[in-house]
Design a protein around this ligand. Structure first.
Ligand SMILES: Cc1cc2nc3c(=O)[nH]c(=O)nc-3n(C[C@H](O)[C@H](O)[C@H](O)COP(=O)(O)O)c2cc1C
Length: 199
């Protein structure tokens, strides 16, 4: 099985990426404990050019997209039936997900329009805000909404909604122990559920 993490920050190797890595590492650790072999891939959207959906409806004719941008490179990765789950990590921008996350999610409509290709895949979300309570939970739920529209199975961190972290923690985002725990717990929980459902 394979799990894909998507870092939807405008910035490379910052807090959004860091928290996703923590989550994916925990996923891998848990899978090893459970004796399962899992491939993990992190897709960093920051260097990619992904336009918003233009509603041309080309994807109603097949797993196709008319826009010749970097989303094309992601289509085969996301269409891989080996992929059991998707973890989206996004910064909080103006109380919700980044435009990078929204453009990415909107463009995934082509998988829905071609037989609900994400149906029954596991979905988890991490949101990182500049403030402790800057909209992380609302952001997580907004991404959950897109996942539900794909008929994915949403998994939380075993306590609340998913990973919720504070980038401007006085000790830096690497020092936000509470936030890091939520991201790790999400990875652990995603793996537990994925392994349980596979049996
Ligand atoms: C346009 C913009 C809007 C933002 N809005 C919010 C916000 O509403 N709430 C919040 O907590 N942080 C907000 N922030 C701060 C980012 O969420 C924070 O810096 C986050 O860590 C960025 O992720 P990164 O470290 O991967 O770049 C905003 C930042 C930007 C650039």
């Amino acid at each position: 099985m394979k799990i894909i993490g998507v870092s939807a920050s405008a910035r490379k190797n910052k807090s959004t990426h860091f928290l996703l890595n923590e989550c994916l590492n925990e996923f891998k650790r848990t899978s090893e404990q459970l004796g399962k072999s899992v491939e993990v891939e992190l897709i960093d959207l920051s260097p990619l050019k992904i336009n918003g959906c233009i509603a041309c409806d080309k994807c109603k004719k097949g797993v196709l997209c008319s826009q010749e941008d970097d989303f094309q490179t992601l289509i085969p990765k996301l269409a891989d039936p080996e992929v059991l789950g998707l973890i989206v990590s996004t910064p909080v921008y103006m109380g919700c997900m980044s435009s990078q996350a929204k453009a990415f999610l909107d463009r995934t409509v082509l998988f829905r329009r071609n037989g609900f290709m994400f149906k029954n895949k596991f979905g988890g979300v991490i949101a990182v805000g500049g403030s402790r309570n800057g909209g992380q939970e609302l952001t997580i739920q907004a991404v959950h909404a897109a996942m539900m529209i794909h008929d994915m199975i949403i998994v939380g961190d075993g306590d609340h909604f998913g990973g919720a972290a504070w980038a401007n923690h006085p000790d830096g985002y690497e020092g936000d122990g509470t936030g890091i725990s939520t991201a790790k717990n999400l990875g652990k929980r995603m793996c537990e559920v994925a392994c349980m459902m596979q049996i």
